[in-house]
Every structure is written in structure tokens, then in C-alpha cells.
Design a protein. Structure first.
Length: 412
């Protein structure tokens, strides 16, 4: 049964909202002030399908992608830039307010740059055994087949056709595929996951595909299938050889913006710890001026950082170590004596590590986060431990969606 509702705001995930609290109803692809007609969504009592926009907002614009509204990758292509940016900054402001933390929040930095340099494409057999390669539909498990994605960096655009070709070789009717593609300085790096053991004929076909498409490397669950050149990424003064499927910031501009904000916050600190360091995009930059202790649980990432540091001239010492900071955070005694600590954890935040930092004597803490809620939780722990938030900078490298990066400096 179709009903008519008035959209009051945009929620934290980018959907239009009408009502509050337990009575709130969410309608994707709508904007504040709009009158829309909606249909029930079976199994989702707090959501509605958008049937028609009866009274559109003046802030509504044409989406940049023909798949928008069907593909679940983007939520807000239909919103004009200025209110969209204000809303995204507001995600950080409201998270801090809920945690009762007083801190100045800077203007949002646009770090989309040329677009996303990494993507995960899914391949599945759908109804009538039809192959679909693309991204997941919103709030659903089926795959929306795509032939282009305008938010990808030009260097990654060929990954879509490559993923289709891989899927045709491996037949995802047998096992669904997740195809991780990264644009590197040396070409596209692809890691296939979910295929199961490869048959000799499939390995030969994949190797031929990699050669024909000019891939830097093709792996399956990290196991080498074909390599034209070892894929590398430039991180400040260094070139890092990427482990298969390695984590990178979504855009090159995003990494640069984060590094700039961190460098400004760290200032002239001479002894710095980089926790959850990954392959070292921050550690390698900071080491131009500071001794760095870099820690991460990923052994391949830590080794890539070590090799990059060893082959880059002009750096101060980097001590890179493998350690699971969720299970074994660096304790106060290990942190004391440092001029600054920075941490950049996954979306769940770094509660255990932050509790150890909060009882240390470190004078400066730089927090990086991609989740305003866990950032605010961790920030509250630091504030309760005697730190004061000096700066909070939101960075947008995930254009058109609800994700936002945050860099914040806390001084004891």
C-alpha cells in the first residue's frame, strides 16, 4: 500500500528520515523537505521503498551514474554538493556532541581526487543462471551487474571488464567470487577470493588474461597466478611493494590529506609511534623528521614497510613490528618517552589501545578514524584520561556515501 510521507532529515547512513526514535522511517534516495510516495518493504518495518518523489527538493541534482538507486555503492549522488558537505561534517559534530566532547571541527576536506583506487567486485550466478558482476544491491544480497563506475579512478576503470572476464573463466555458479582490484603505480593488481582450488586449465586461462590485460599481478587468496611486475605504491618519499590484497586508503588524495593533517598535528615531535600502521603510508612520511615505531598485526604489511624503509634514503630509523593491538595493546610503560602517538584502527576503533594511551605520559595523541561513533567513544576515553581535543578535521574520500575520515589531535 502506497503512502505519502515528508522527509525531515538525512540519517547517519545517508537515507532520508521521517519521524524520530522508534517511530523513525528510512527512505533511501530522498532529501530533506521532500514529499515522497513510498511502498512497504517486507521484512524491514523501519524502511520504505521510494515509489515517487511528489515534491522534489531544490537541492536535488541528477546522479552521475546510471546505476544509482539500484547499485548499493552510493547513497547520495542526488544531493547538491554544499548541503551534502555540511551534512557529512555534521556526522562528526553530532558524534562528538553525543559523547559530550567539546572540540572545534574544521571544514570538510574534499579528498575524492581522481576517484577510488581500489574496489571489490562480486561475481554471482543469479536467476536463470545469469552471470552478474558488480556491486551488491542496497540492503540485499543479489549483485547489480555494472559496466562502468564513475567514482573509480581512471587507472582502475578497466577493472570492471577484467572482473567480468575472470568470472567467465572461474564460473561463480560453483563458488561466488570476490575480486579485489587495486590501481598501483605499475598497473592493476588483482586478488581473487572465493574460487576454491584452481584447475590447471583455469590457471593457464587466468595467466593469459593477465598478460592480455596488462595486469601488474594476479593472485588467488594471495597465491601468485601471474605477475608482469611487482606492484608498488608511492608513499611520500618511499615506494612500497604491495602484498596481495593490501589495505590502502580509498583514494590517493585521501591518503595525502590524512598525511598532511597528521604531519601538521605531530609538528616537530622526534619520537613517534604509528599504531595500526599498515604498509606505512604515515610512518614513511613521518620518518623524514622523526624516529618511528610502527606496529600492525598484518605480518605482510609490516614486512613491506620494513623493505620500503630499508631502500629509501634520508629517513630516520623506523622500528616496524608485528603485534595484535586489540589483544596486546602497547602499555603505558612502552609508550612513555614518546613525543607523540598516532593510531589509525579499523572501523571498530581501538578501545583497548586507547585505554592504555590514556594512562600514559605521552603529551600528544593523534587519532585517525573512519567511523564517527567509535572515534567519539575513543576520544571520550582520552578526555577522561586528561587529554584535551585541540583540532578535529573531517576528510571526505568516500564521496556520495556516509563514510567520513577524521584526524584529531589531543594534548595532555
Amino acid at each position: 500500500m502506497t503512502e505519502r510521507v515528508h522527509i525531515e532529515a538525512i540519517g547517519q547512513r545517508g537515507d532520508g528520515v521521517t519521524g524520530v526514535g522508534e517511530e523513525a522511517i528510512y527512505v533511501a534516495y530522498t532529501l530533506p523537505g521532500e514529499i515522497v510516495e513510498v511502498d512497504a518493504w517486507p521484512g524491514h518495518p523501519d524502511r520504505r521503498h521510494l515509489a515517487r518523489v511528489a515534491a522534489p527538493s531544490r537541492e536535488r541534482v541528477a546522479p552521475v551514474c546510471k546505476h544509482f538507486g539500484v547499485c548499493g555503492g552510493c547513497a547520495l549522488q542526488h544531493w547538491r554538493g554544499e548541503p551534502y558537505r555540511a551534512w557529512k561534517r555534521g556526522l562528526v559534530v553530532s558524534a562528538l556532541a553525543r559523547a559530550r566532547i567539546a572540540a572545534p571541527v574544521a571544514d570538510l576536506i574534499d579528498a575524492h581526487g581522481q576517484g577510488r583506487r581500489r574496489a571489490v567486485l562480486h561475481a554471482r550466478r543469479g536467476t536463470h543462471d545469469v552471470l552478474h558482476v558488480g556491486f551488491a544491491a542496497p540492503h540485499a544480497h543479489h549483485i547489480v551487474a555494472i559496466d562502468r563506475c564513475p567514482i573509480l579512478a581512471p587507472a582502475l576503470a578497466p577493472a570492471i571488464a577484467i572482473a567480468w572476464a575472470i568470472a567467465e573463466i572461474l564460473d561463480p555458479a560453483r563458488k561466488p567470487l570476490d575480486i579485489h582490484a587495486t590501481a598501483t603505480d605499475d598497473g592493476i593488481d588483482v586478488d581473487i577470493r572465493g574460487s576454491g582450488a584452481l584447475r590447471p586449465g583455469q590457471i593457464a586461462a587466468l595467466a593469459a588474461l593477465a598478460e592480455a590485460r596488462g595486469l601488474a599481478r594476479l593472485t588467488r587468496h594471495g597465491e601468485l597466478v601471474a605477475q608482469r611486475v611487482a606492484p608498488t605504491i608511492t608513499c611520500g618519499p618511499a615506494r612500497v611493494r604491495l602484498p596481495p590484497g593490501a589495505f590502502l586508503q580509498a583514494t590517493a588524495a585521501g591518503e595525502a590529506a590524512l598525511a598532511s593533517a597528521v604531519a601538521q598535528a605531530v609538528g616537530d615531535a622526534r619520537k613517534v609511534a604509528d599504531l595500526f600502521c599498515g604498509i606505512g603510508p604515515l610512518a614513511l612520511r613521518l620518518a623524514r623528521n622523526a624516529q618511528v615505531t610502527a606496529v600492525d598485526a598484518d605480518a605482510d604489511a609490516v614486512e613491506a614497510l620494513r623493505q620500503a624503509a630499508a631502500t629509501t634514503s634520508g629517513l630516520k630509523p623506523i622500528a616496524a613490528m608485528r603485534r595484535d593491538l586489540f589483544r596486546r595493546p602497547l602499555l603505558a610503560g612502552e609508550l612513555d618517552g614518546l613525543d607523540a602517538v598516532l593510531f589509525d584502527p579499523p572501523r571498530q576503533g581501538a578501545e583497548a589501545q586507547v585505554r592504555a594511551i590514556a594512562v600514559s605520559s605521552v603529551p600528544l595523541v593523534v587519532a585517525i578514524s573512519c567511523n564517527p561513533a567509535t572515534f567519539a567513544r575513543d576520544a571520550a576515553i582520552l578526555v577522561a584520561g586528561g587529554y584535551r581535543a585541540q583540532t578535529v578535521t573531517p576528510i571526505d574520500q568516500f564521496r556520495y556515501c556516509a563514510h567520513v575520515e577524521i584526524v584529531a589531535a589531543f594534548r595532555r
